[in-house]
Design a protein around this ligand. Structure first.
Ligand code: GLP
Length: 244
């Protein structure tokens, strides 16, 4: 779905999310959202906050699962995705605290495996992800599923790619401060979402968008697996779609 700019594209995604939330409210059920960080989804969050403030869109029946978190990472660090989500969304809407799930980058290493399995189980017991929103990294990662991630991978600890660390360097005031590892939902976790929106803006993303949409499906570009998802839309602006 190619929009003129990221503003229009973000509005589209925010309205799809709002539609789901309202639909579920009318049925007395929860809406389960898979959320992403990075610069790409921020305008979607802005629109959702605006709808909360001006149209009274309530998030009381919304359960969220974030894709990923750096490891190690304290939740109250300025670099944490917990902090990011609070600033851009959670502190600005009426979502109950207990409905928010973000991988915890502060758990001891010995507990990571069990923690990741429990994260998967929690998604399942919530009824699965209704909508998963995604950005894309220049390596073709979705969440932090770097090249080499398999189609059936689940929530786990991964080692970050060199290119990803380079891209995160400015957020951490230098590449040497970027953590080497992260916790991320797997490709398989994402593939189980009922609906996926992958968003990308700007010409910097155009080579990887072409590969993700038109390239051979392969582990070295995990976003290519979305080609076989039964209900996935790439929501793009003119610039990111220029090579399609
Ligand atoms: C990070 C996040 C990804 C995100 C990617 C792209 O690696 N873990 O979920 O898609 O960055 O970031 P941006 O949206 O800033 O381009």
């Amino acid at each position: 779905l190619i929009h003129e700019n990221s503003e229009a594209a973000s509005k589209y995604v925010a309205e799809e999310i709002a539609k789901l939330i309202r639909q579920r409210q009318s049925e007395g059920r929860n809406a389960v959202l898979g959320l992403a960080t990075g610069s790409t989804p921020t305008k979607v969050y802005d629109f959702l906050v605006e709808m909360h403030q001006t149209e009274g869109l309530s998030f009381k029946n919304v359960v969220t699962f974030n894709l990923d978190e750096y490891y190690p990472m304290l939740p109250d660090s300025i670099h944490s995705y917990v902090r990011f989500m609070k600033e851009h969304l959670f502190d600005l809407i009426d979502i109950p605290e207990e409905n928010i799930n973000i991988p915890d980058g502060s758990i001891p290493e010995s507990e990571v495996k069990a923690y990741c399995q429990a994260y998967e189980q929690k998604i399942e017991s919530a009824g699965g992800l209704d909508i998963q929103i995604l950005g894309i990294g220049r390596t073709g990662h979705i969440g932090f599923n770097e090249p080499g991630s398999s189609l059936h991978s689940k929530t786990r600890m991964i080692r970050l790619d060199r290119v990803t660390k380079l891209d995160a360097a400015s957020d951490f005031f230098g590449q040497e401060n970027v953590p080497d590892r992260a916790l991320t939902m797997g490709v398989g976790t994402i593939m189980n979402a009922k609906k996926v929106f992958l968003m990308a803006w700007g010409e910097g993303k155009s080579p990887i968008i072409k590969d993700a949409v038109e390239g051979q499906i392969r582990e070295s570009v995990p976003a290519t697996f979305l080609q076989i998802h039964s209900n996935c839309d790439f929501v793009l602006d003119d610039a990111s779609s220029q090579f399609l």
